[in-house]
Design a protein around this ligand. Structure first.
Ligand code: NAP
Ligand code: F7E
Length: 325
């Protein structure tokens, strides 16, 4: 009998890659979908799996819809990827972020506990919890210091996951994932904002790129590699928490240089610094130590930042060729 999985946030970047991975492994894949006015299925369509997943109406803030989704999907594995995930928006919508990203995770844990406490649970934790870093290289033992309402909400979800494991014996694991990107990344995040602009500038559709703090440093990997670590965590006998990262950090400035260079341009001719994109509190640098994931899960990143950015620029160029604008 094939396994069943329930993914919240299936229409997001990671949800789409994880759905594809689980389908390839023979799972029946169910996804919670919050109904939106705009087309939210484009990522699943781009990966060619839109018709292979079963979508269930629901919202992370409505625990009854989560209980219903658990009853309909009867999953052995539940991946909680749904969130208000854009750090910038978390300052303008802090309550919504707390409710969706923080309380939403507790709602999913409750639905699991009530419907089937044997189902395994994955929480999408984040390097944003380290915020103002307390160690040069962050691992599972590094103290947290979140710097945004998003980071604070994720910390609640993270500790709720640990607490449900310790209180109720749930097989509940947190992946503390550092930034991961792909051609399916939302256009509000800096890598995609840059690769989309590079493609438009190359095609003569845009003249400049306005950015905020380009001295910020991030440990960037490829989302397609990172969903493999999520799956591997739920295959372990014991639930635990794992840092998933590449172990190298790069400035936004250097990432821009890579992206523009890929099409033969110099970023300095196009990037304009705009105070509008500075944040009330910044996470200056993140650098993860994925040693535990390597030893325990046999997981390693396969894609370099240069390969990742090239993939994203090429895909944005292709999209422009198809759409023409
Ligand atoms: P994403 O592209 O922003 O996807 C977020 C998903 O959550 C979307 O499917 C969205 O649905 C859904 N969602 C939002 N509000 C909801 C609600 N009230 N009820 C149900 N679903 C809701 O994020 P991602 O990059 O794939 O990241 C996946 C998860 O990992 C998120 O929890 C994120 O915070 C976390 N994370 C991401 C990174 C990273 O670098 N990508 C790193 C660490 C942790 P709509 O499309 O309909 O809005
Ligand atoms: O910003 C700087 C910005 O929005 C990266 C989410 O997936 O990863 C993501 O959060 C850096 C920051 O990602 C612009 O100030 C400069 O220092 O791409 P981002 P993020 O905030 O790191 C973590 C791990 C998550 O969990 C989150 O869900 O780039 N930056 N100029 C800019 N950022 C944006 N978005 N736009 C700019 O114009």
């Amino acid at each position: 009998m094939s396994k069943s999985a329930l993914i919240t946030g299936i229409t997001g970047q990671d949800g789409a890659y994880l759905a594809k991975l689980l389908l390839e492994k023979g799972y029946k894949v169910h996804g919670l979908m919050a109904r939106r006015g705009s087309d939210s299925l484009w990522r699943l369509r781009e990966l060619g799996v839109e018709r292979d997943v079963s979508l269930i109406d629901g919202d992370l803030t409505d625990v009854t819809s989560l209980i219903r989704a658990m009853e309909m999907a009867r999953p052995q594995e539940v991946y909680n990827l749904g969130a208000q995930s854009f750090v910038g928006t978390s300052w303008s919508q802090p309550i919504l972020t707390a409710q969706v990203t923080g309380v939403g995770a507790v709602n999913v844990l409750e639905a699991v506990r009530i419907v089937d406490a044997k189902a395994r649970f994955y929480q999408a934790s984040t390097s944003e919890m380290f915020g103002l870093i307390q160690a040069a290289k962050q691992d599972e033992n590094t103290p947290f210091y979140p710097r945004s309402p998003y980071g604070v909400a994720k910390l609640m979800a993270h500790w709720a996951t640990v607490n449900y494991r310790e209180s109720f014996g749930l097989h509940a694991s947190s992946g503390i994932l550092f930034n991961h990107e792909s051609p399916l990344r939302g256009p509000e995040f800096v890598t995609r904002k840059v690769t989309q602009a590079v493609a438009r500038i190359k095609k003569g559709l845009q003249k400049e790129l306005r950015l905020g703090n380009i001295d910020a440093q991030r440990d960037w990997g490829f989302a397609g590699d990172y969903v493999e670590a999520m799956w591997a965590m739920l295959q372990q006998d014991e639930a635990s928490d794992y840092v998933v990262a590449t172990g190298t950090t790069t400035t936004v400035r250097a990432m821009c240089e890579i992206a523009f260079k890929h099409v033969g341009l110099n970023y300095q001719d196009y990037v304009v610094i705009d105070p509008e994109f500075f944040r009330p509190a910044e996470v200056d640098i993140l650098l993860g130590n994925p040693a535990k994931a390597k030893a325990g899960l046999g997981w390693e990143p396969k894609t370099s930042l240069e390969q990742l950015i090239a993939m994203m620029v090429d895909s944005d160029l292709r999209r422009l060729e198809v759409s023409g604008s």
